[in-house]
Design a protein around this ligand. Structure first.
Ligand code: LLP
Length: 422
């Protein structure tokens, strides 16, 4: 459930009508709902054992306003770069609630994370283990480490967001896990604390999660028998969300929590979770204005002022996002089938193909739903388009949490070398 709905005939975020924001902020803009972020966080945390650490996956939405909203609820952060680590800290998230994932951590990032005193490193390979050991020893520290194990479980999601099969670059193959833990135990700069797993994103079936977590549970017992101190299990993120409301809904957090509790029973480990999409996706919309309605021979194109540079998911993953007009349609109004496209010069700049919508005119506003995760964070300035602004709403209040760059600011990022001046 989210807090976007029609109020007095206008699609609103909580108590703020989005057409008013469009006037004040200009389009396109992302709009996030605090109450929705908080609700999703609360429901997820209530489904899990009380001492679990919920480390919001900053890659899904790294806006400081969003991070601070979640941090105040008790969330930690799952980060994959020095930049994300600094953002989480800038939003006031304590270092001892931050986990650092990713296959390519550099020495500089390791130094930063050790200096901050983060909760744990999720290490993805033996070379990374060696590098972290060297950095930690040079700083006179020990790095708290889980090894990310690749359980070779197919999450049955889109190929581009599958991470837990042996074909992908992620984690240490399950069959090599004992050996890798044996190596880690000999490194004085490394303190083994647990096991990490993450099998993919937008997972809509509990079975692959359960299969992966069972493998992790068995491994925990084997590793303990080998003499390793396994006190934490990081079970990753990945729980899917509904993108189409009347489709079969993904498992709800309560069912996920019950499964996790059952599978990890008796292991006596602190659990860590890294949800991103589940918290943020349906807490955000992208508001855009119709520029033209273009009638082609084969199709009618609704050309809007947001582009694939603002929201790349449909182009990259063929993802479905519901689109609603900001002005509430009269019940039973005729529908027109549109291809909803942006202004970017690529055929893939398509938000929705053959979508039936109430008739729209130039100047009308629409909201592209489920855009709060992997939306603004994946934006670019392709076609020299300043990415959409970001707005956070809380009840009747709203604030611009990231302003749209001006063309001048965008241009000022480039530098003309001396030999071309004059
Ligand atoms: N932890 C790790 C180690 C991850 O790699 C990811 C996502 C997460 C947690 C958070 O997963 P979530 O709960 O959000 O599913 N850009 C793609 C999604 C890429 C996900 C990558 N990893 C999209 O727009 O669908």
């Amino acid at each position: 459930m989210n807090f976007f709905s029609y109020k007095d005939g206008i699609y609103s975020a909580e108590d703020v009508p989005l057409d008013r924001l469009a006037e004040e902020v200009g389009t396109p803009f992302y709009c996030y709902s605090s109450a929705t972020l908080e609700r999703h966080y609360r429901i997820f945390s209530q489904a899990l054992p009380a001492d679990s650490l919920i480390a919001f996956s900053v890659k899904a939405n790294g806006n400081l306003g969003v991070l601070k909203t979640l941090g105040r609820m008790g969330a930690g952060a799952d980060v994959v770069s020095g930049g994300e680590l600094k953002k989480a800290r800038a939003a006031g998230i304590a270092a001892d609630k931050i986990v650092f994932s990713g296959v390519g951590k550099t020495k500089e990032e390791m130094q930063l994370a050790l200096a901050e005193g983060i909760f744990q490193f999720n290490v993805e390979s033996e070379p990374e283990l060696d590098a972290l050991n060297a950095v930690a020893l040079a700083m006179g520290k020990q790095a708290p480490v889980t090894l990310r194990i690749n359980p070779d479980v197919d999450a049955k999601t889109h190929a581009k967001i599958t991470t837990g099969t042996s074909e992908t670059k992620f984690g240490i193959p399950f069959a090599h896990a004992r050996e890798a833990y044996g190596t880690a135990a000999k490194l004085k700069g490394i303190a083994i604390v647990g096991i990490d797993v993450h099998i993919g994103s937008q997972i809509t079936d509990l079975a692959p999660f359960e299969a992966a977590f069972r493998r992790v549970g068995e491994l925990a017992q084997t590793l303990r028998a080998d003499g390793h101190a396994i006190t934490r299990l990081d079970l990753g993120g990945g729980l899917g969300v509904p993108y189409i409301e009347d489709n079969q809904p993904p498992p709800d957090p309560a069912a996920y929590g019950a499964m996790v509790t059952r599978v990890t029973k008796g292991l006596d480990c602190r659990l860590i979770f890294e949800p991103g999409r589940l918290i943020a996706a349906n807490a955000g919309v992208l508001v855009t204005r119709v520029i033209y309605v273009k009638r082609g021979d084969a199709k009618t194109f609704l050309i809007v002022d947001a582009g694939m540079n603002d929201l790349i998911r449909p182009a990259l993953y063929d993802s479905h996002h519901e689109i609603v007009p900001l002005r509430e349609p009269v019940p039973g109004a005729d529908r027109v089938t549109y291809d909803v496209v942006g202004p970017v010069c690529e055929t893939s700049d398509l938000f929705a193909g053959a979508r039936a919508l109430p008739e729209l005119k130039p100047g009308d506003l629409v909201a592209i739903q489920s855009a709060g995760a992997y939306g603004a964070v994946m934006a670019s300035s392709y076609n020299a388009r300043p990415p959409a602004a970001e707005v956070l709403v809380r009840g009747p209040e709203w604030a611009i949490v990231r302003a749209r760059l001006t063309h001048e600011q965008l241009i000022a990022q480039d530098h003309i070398p001396d030999w071309l001046v004059g």
